[in-house]
Design a protein around this ligand. Structure first.
Ligand code: SAM
Length: 363
């Protein structure tokens, strides 16, 4: 079946997705035109900001791809003070960002639970309840997620990283701290509690196949996610997966595959929120703009205080590590307008899919 015919279907099979991920030339343009059309119809030519505060790079996990893994001793560890976090949130509020995202390495302790709960209350207070808050701090017990939800977090981003369990095991150490089923259970708890639930994967990992990527998209549809943050895998010299660099797709191919994944997901899940990942910009200076054109509608300007940014290096060549929050905003404004898109200030920009899902609509 031709790409044109596949694109006319209401729903894609695994084989359809594999064909779409493999298409080139004119057929690739057909895919991107279709996803842009769907975005325009269901979302509009719009993006919303989530001011990203990477508040700590201290992590108890040892994911084999990640630059802030516990085992990386070549990294200066930091933990922002509460005042620094609140100042960054205030910056977002004053600049009408609508929402912030708090992200960090994964630590499971009562102290961290209490701290985040307390910060959530304070951020709600300083913004008259107006700032939307996404959390992305990893796997925790259901009760902890519930406490944070009650304190004001309403979105949670937890990438499943790879939905093929065998692949997941290859890119994580084989121990209880890196358990695929637990990560999945966490996602289920988040959805159950009532968070707008986001997940995603890395694209172009060692050992990953196109079939795996098609499976990832089917997982996202079947799980009925509200938000997606997925991006290219990019090597980090101080991680175990660096030794597979010669075996993986070239960066340009990882980039192209990420755009295709975003485009196909936009067609499959028309009204979810999709992030234009920062990692795209590490490969192509206008990578995020390209993602916005073909389907993404969320961008995460980094508002972490500049002096810490260099230390939240998940992968090599992470962009914007020497900018200030103000630089980030003006640069993004120029960039987003290049994509013929408007930044919507002062709104949460919630996933419309969330409301439909809560009302029992499954597709
Ligand atoms: N610890 C939290 C979690 O796992 O949800 C949040 C922080 S974690 C560093 C954020 C994301 O960074 C991960 O979900 C992973 O997909 C991404 N990441 C880590 N290393 C990466 C790499 N080398 N290339 C691309 N993305 C990477």
């Amino acid at each position: 079946m031709s790409i044109k015919e596949i694109l006319q279907r209401e729903d894609f099979s695994g084989e359809d997705i594999i064909s779409l991920l493999s298409c080139q030339g004119e057929e690739r343009s057909l895919l991107f035109n279709k996803s842009a059309e769907i975005k325009e119809k269901y979302i509009g030519r719009k993006v919303w900001f989530r001011g990203l505060i990477e508040f700590s790079n201290i992590c108890s996990k040892d994911c084999l791809y990640c630059g802030i893994r516990k085992g990386n001793k070549n990294l200066k560890r930091y933990n922002l003070t509460d005042d620094e976090i609140l100042a960054a949130a205030k910056f977002a509020y004053d600049n009408k960002y609508g929402s912030i995202a708090l992200q960090s390495g994964e630590l499971e302790s009562y102290t961290v639970t209490d701290r985040i709960e307390n910060l959530l209350h304070k951020i709600k207070d300083l913004s008259n309840g107006e700032l939307g808050i996404t959390l992305s701090v990893g796997e925790r017990e259901r009760e902890v997620y519930q406490r944070w939800f009650d304190a004001g977090a309403h979105r949670y981003l937890l990438r499943i990283e790879a939905t093929n369990e065998a692949l997941y095991r290859k890119i994580h150490p084989g121990n209880r701290k890196h358990d695929f089923k637990r990560r999945l259970d966490c996602l289920k708890s988040l959805q159950d509690i009532g968070y707008q639930t986001g997940t995603g994967v890395m694209i172009g990992l060692p050992f990953q196949t196109i079939d795996d990527l098609a499976g990832d998209l089917i997982f996202m549809r079947d799980f009925n996610i509200d938000m997606c943050g997925m991006g290219p895998y990019i090597e980090h010299a101080d991680t175990p997966l660096i030794e597979y660099t010669d075996e993986i797709w070239p960066l340009a191919e990882r980039f192209d595959m990420t755009l295709k994944m975003i485009a196909i997901l936009r067609i499959m899940m028309k009204d979810i929120n999709i992030v234009a990942a920062t990692a795209l910009q590490a490969i192509d200076p206008v990578g995020r703009e390209k993602a916005i054109k073909i389907g993404a509608n969320i961008i995460m300007p980094n508002i972490t205080p500049g002096k810490y940014r260099d230390s939240y290096k998940l992968y090599d060549n992470k962009p914007c590590t020497d900018d200030s929050a103000e630089d980030c905003q003006s640069c993004l404004e120029a960039r987003v307008s290049l994509a013929d898109t408007e930044i919507i200030y002062g709104e949460w920009g919630d996933s419309k899919h969330y409301d439909r899902r809560r009302n029992g609509i499954t597709a």
